[in-house]
Design a protein around this ligand. Structure first.
Ligand code: N01
Length: 541
């Protein structure tokens, strides 16, 4: 312990840049800035690297991106040395990958782990940031770069009696590192988003009984995960550079893109046959490598939604359970579409009960279970798969103060305001990797992160070459960007629906579509154009 304190106090108190977070974004940023010769400090509240994958250790946790692109693109060495075992990587393997990368690039020594940044204040006199940790250390830096993740602020529902439960209780996003034993237990799962949908089949296979408390039925597409053969691995490694480059320009940063074709322009039988073929392949391609009108025209969306409804009817044996599981009243994929491995099939098991909270709402959590308006379910364990305060939550939980002591969460009280989703007016020299107003969660995260880290690094270099020390977006540029982000979202079906994309899952959160939906390649081009025009919309001095 004395040694740890010694190490901490021997670190510089004044640096070029402070990075917060040691997930994909923080690791990448630290590596990039160090390569540029910048001095830095980096803080991570967890005890190790991993970010999302450090915290989300629930059973079944897996990425919905193909493994070969769910990784760092900046290092051909890492790419060749690491071999993914499956099409969709599972949490232990992703965490092992990030450990491997951190080790290989010698990144861990840059981080203060177990150290939450509690506050950051822009200092008008020094034109830099004062960053304070929960341990009371204050570090001064020219730049502050947040790599805090988009889905890292876990959200527990305000259900009456939540603290009365005397059994075990876990949130999927804060899963115990020692693991959880479901054997012989009656487990209640609240929530059927991606986390619940991934966890429920695994919990059901291990527990005595599982009760799924479903508020909104969810669409889901089969992942069809499988092992990668040595031949496939060799092919992927050989072509990875071209695959990566293609990903950089598609709409969601994946190795496929929307077809240049509308479902409504094609014969219905052809569309259904194509959907069936894509369904058999599994993965997001079914939706996001498909017709280009599915997320903008409700009639096209209905074709896709009905397709999945038929699938659910075909899978779930009990017609009453199938009816309850079938989503109605909102367009498919306007709530984040999960990928599953046997989710709907799980409801054919004798030990699984579905409780439709629209028919029988939860009245309260009691000491030994959950009481709905229908009955009390006695439980030994509760799993909250209830999601996150997305995009703004992780930033707002830090007391970030800009010019005139303005608090970021107060500036954003009506919704986040950013320029390019990476900066915000009144907060000079602050960069938010995958911040609100950028594609972030709508794309393959490592691809989004790579683009932001590169853009930020080049921007800092530009400021240095100007002999300047400050960069800040203008209020006008910010307003125009926010209007653009909103206009694009309003052209889709997304704003009609209560989802975390809209902030609707957090009581009191303003209803604003949080990410940029104009497509990843388009966004990349816009950011590059801004840079090419000497950082148009920014003041540099
Ligand atoms: O959270 P969610 P998540 N009473 O917000 C329900 C990413 N992710 O952790 O829909 C009862 O999607 C809520 O119901 P409703 C991915 O981007 C990625 O599952 O609000 N129920 C909903 O069913 C994902 O989208 C991966 O009516 C309540 C659920 O809880 C995002 O993280 C894996 C309730 C929350 O679903 C979040 O996913 C996992 C209440 N009071 C996650 N409050 C991969 O890449 C909430 N709910 C694979």
């Amino acid at each position: 312990m004395a040694g740890a304190q010694q190490a901490q106090s021997s670190r510089p108190q004044e640096v070029d840049v402070v990075v917060i977070g040691a997930g994909f974004a923080g690791l990448h940023a630290v590596h990039r800035f160090r390569e540029m010769g910048l001095s830095l400090r980096a803080f991570e509240q967890g005890s190790g690297v991993g970010g999302t994958w450090y915290w989300n250790r629930y059973p079944g946790a897996s990425s919905d991106s193909e493994s070969w692109v769910y990784s760092f693109a900046f290092s051909p060495e890492l790419e060749q040395e690491w071999t993914w075992s499956k099409r969709f990587p599972e949490q232990p393997e992703i965490l092992a990958y990030l450990e491997f990368a951190a080790q290989r690039l010698d990144l861990k020594r840059e981080f203060d782990f177990d150290t939450r940044v509690s506050a950051a204040r822009f200092d008008e006199n020094t034109l830099g940031w004062q960053v304070t940790t929960e341990h009371g250390e204050t570090v001064r830096s020219r730049y502050l770069v947040t790599a805090v993740g988009c889905l890292s602020a876990a959200q527990l529902p305000a259900i009456p009696g939540r603290d009365d439960f005397t059994g075990e209780a876990y949130h999927t996003g804060q899963w115990p590192h020692a693991g959880v034993d479901f054997g012989g237990k009656r487990v209640g799962v609240i929530g059927t988003g991606s986390s619940g949908i991934q966890a429920i089949p695994i919990i059901a296979a291990a527990a005595t009984e599982v009760v799924v408390f479903q508020r909104t039925p969810n669409f889901s597409v089969p992942a069809r995960n499988h092992a990668l053969s040595p031949k496939r691995v060799a092919e992927l490694k050989q072509n990875i550079r071209e695959i990566r480059e293609a990903c950089r320009w598609t709409s969601i940063g994946q190795p496929y893109d929307l077809r240049d074709q509308a479902a409504l322009d094609r014969p219905r039988e052809e569309v259904l046959a194509q959907m069936e073929a894509d369904w058999q392949k599994g993965g997001f391609e079914w939706m996001f490598g498909s017709y280009n009108d599915l997320l903008v025209d409700p009639r096209a969306n209905d074709i896709a939604a009905d397709f999945v409804r038929d699938k659910i009817r075909g899978i779930v044996k009990d017609p009453e359970t199938a009816r309850r599981l079938i989503p109605t009243g909102y367009p498919i994929a306007t709530k984040r579409l999960p990928l599953d491995q046997g989710y709907f099939e799980t409801f054919n098991r004798d030990n699984v009960t579905l409780v439709d909270l629209r028919e029988t709402p939860i009245e309260r959590i009691v000491a030994d279970g959950v009481r709905t308006s229908g009955k009390t379910f006695e439980l030994d364990m509760l799993v909250f798969a209830t999601g996150f305060d997305a995009l703004t939550g992780p930033l707002n939980r830090i007391e970030i103060r800009g010019r005139n002591d303005q608090l970021l969460r107060e500036k954003w009280s009506e919704g986040p305001r950013t320029y390019l989703g990476v900066t915000t007016a009144g907060f000079p020299n602050l960069f938010m990797i995958t911040g609100p107003g950028s594609p972030s969660v709508l794309g393959n995260m490592p691809t989004s992160i790579e683009q932001h880290v590169d853009w930020i690094a080049e921007c800092m270099d530009f400021v240095r070459r100007q002999g300047s020390s400050l960069i800040e977006p203008s209020a006008d540029a910010e307003s125009q960007w926010c209007a653009h982000v909103k206009e694009l979202a309003d052209g889709t079906l997304f704003p009609q629906v209560d989802s975390w994309y809209m902030g609707a899952n957090v009581p009191g959160k303003p209803r604003v579509f949080l990410p940029y939906i104009g497509g990843f390649g388009t966004y990349r081009q816009l950011c590059s154009d801004v840079a090419a025009r000497d950082y148009e919309g920014f003041e540099v001095r």
